[in-house]
Design a binder for this molecule. Structure first.
Ligand code: MN
Ligand code: MN
Length: 454
């Protein structure tokens, strides 16, 4: 028996367990999911497709639930919950993996289109916590939903790319003096979208040319932008990183990396003891509010519907269901980055390649805003992972008083469920391209699967 708590290298165990091919296969499936799921709506579509392919039925198509049933529910096309009904009644509690599928990005403003000096632009409003200077001079693509005047819905497919320009170094003497925070300001994140004037027009020649193009391609008029949800995200596909292809460089790891692991784990879950569930929420990056965020009643209502289809419904049963539930709050953590080591405390950081990471608590300063998991529950998860030989580690987000952060953990904990934060370390979190380790995501998926099937 090893008396010391020592990190285990994920790759070493993956080799010992002969899992190398499985890791690469899993990573390829995840990269395909990333490339298809550039927005929360697209993630929902892809997760629904995977669910149906694996025998899940929409909650709107069923009237009764029995153990072993596989069910999914979608909320406004922006979040999705999957369930495999357990042998025990739902009121005995669920095993939930709670993740989110929204990622930091630029959204178009409701009245975005303007021209300046014969160049057409879209005004944007950034979504989530971004470092604005990272979003200039990279190829960006647009995806979203437009409600046309006749009420029909148009889906914007990204083919052209767009970008936000930056100042040339030759004239950046003053800009260089600014802080990183002020170097590129929110109102300067204007997307360059065209430059050919329509000479038939008196004024706004470039703007009119763009409106004409959009109208002939999508039937869109300028007023339609008011109701549209168009997201500007890094263009292109996820890539293998490193000579050894041990990592993935991509937009949107936070938190599609945990969402995908949860989805994969539940797709492979059959007849669990307790009802297994994976929840992919929206709006985590802006505080989880609104009718598609974790604070919405959607998930609670869905569990209530399931109880109603399983037995005689009572309010007490839904309360008991949550109170008896065990949850892994599946979100990413700050991977230890040796280049920026001064903000991390090495012994309590999440290390890249050393497996899935549990965080007993989150928060900032004196654990402000934390949902601190109970010792008993952390112990239980440790033993589930140890029993399944899952490579795991413990890590908190940076040094004390260096910053901090939170997840959706506290929201489900407020329902009286047992909740522990559990995800993987990310480098360059919230940047247009983030980095994760393939060893970590595979161990996360194995850990989630062991948890759902316990
Ligand atoms: Mn996250
Ligand atoms: Mn985030």
């Amino acid at each position: 028996m090893n008396l010391k708590y020592e990190l285990r290298n994920g790759w070493k165990v993956i080799n010992e367990m002969n899992n190398m091919d499985a890791v690469m296969e899993y990573s390829n499936q995840y990269m395909d999911f990333l490339d298809k799921g550039k927005t929360e709506r697209r993630c929902v579509k892809e997760i629904e497709r995977l669910a149906i392919e694996n025998g899940f039925k929409s909650i709107s198509d069923i009237e009764k639930v029995v153990p072993g049933d596989k069910i999914y529910a979608i909320n406004r096309d922006k979040n999705i919950a999957l369930f495999v009904i357990g042998k025990q009644d739902i009121e005995k509690g669920l095993r939930i993996i709670g993740s989110h599928i929204d990622s930091p990005r630029l959204d178009l403003k409701p009245n975005p289109l303007y021209e300046d000096d014969n160049m057409g632009y879209f005004k944007t409003h950034y979504y989530g916590g971004i470092k604005k200077y990272q979003w200039v001079t990279i190829p960006l693509a647009m995806y979203g939903v437009v409600i046309l005047r006749d009420g029909s819905i148009g889906y914007e497919e990204g083919d052209s790319v767009f970008c936000v320009t930056d100042l040339l170094p030759h004239l950046a003497a003053k800009q260089r003096q600014k802080t990183l925070e002020k170097g590129i300001e929110g109102e300067d994140l204007n997307l360059l979208i065209g430059s050919i004037p329509d000479e038939d027009q008196e004024k706004d020649k470039v703007k009119m040319n763009i409106l004409n193009l959009l109208n002939s391609k999508y039937n869109l008029v300028e007023e339609d932008f008011i109701s549209a949800e168009i997201e500007v995200v890094p263009a292109g596909k996820s890539r293998n990183l490193g000579f050894d292809s041990s990592m993935i460089l991509s937009y949107g790891h936070d938190d599609r990396v945990c969402s995908f692991a949860g989805v994969k784990a539940i797709l492979e879950t059959e007849n669990p003891e307790y009802t297994a569930s994976v929840l992919c929420a929206d709006k985590e990056e802006t505080g989880s509010n609104g009718n598609t965020g974790m604070h919405s009643r959607f998930y609670e209502n869905t569990v209530a519907e399931l109880i109603n289809m399983q037995t005689t419904y009572s309010d007490l049963k839904i309360r008991r269901a949550f109170s008896n539930s065990k949850v892994l709050s599946a979100d990413v953590n700050a991977g230890y980055d040796p280049i920026y080591s001064s903000v991390y405390e090495k012994n309590n950081s999440c290390h890249i390649g050393y497996g899935v990471c549990i965080s007993k608590y989150t928060g900032a300063r004196g654990k402000s805003g934390t949902s601190d998991a109970n010792a008993e529950f952390v112990g239980e998860i440790r033993s589930i992972f140890n029993e399944a030989n899952v490579v795991w580690q413990s890590g908190e987000l940076g040094k004390v008083d260096e910053g901090g952060g939170g997840t959706i953990a506290y929201i489900l904990a407020n329902y009286d469920a047992q909740v522990l934060d559990c995800g993987v370390g990310v480098l360059s979190m919230h940047a247009p391209y983030e980095v994760i380790s393939k060893a970590d995501i595979f161990e996360m998926y194995r850990g989630y699967k062991a948890f759902l099937n316990k």
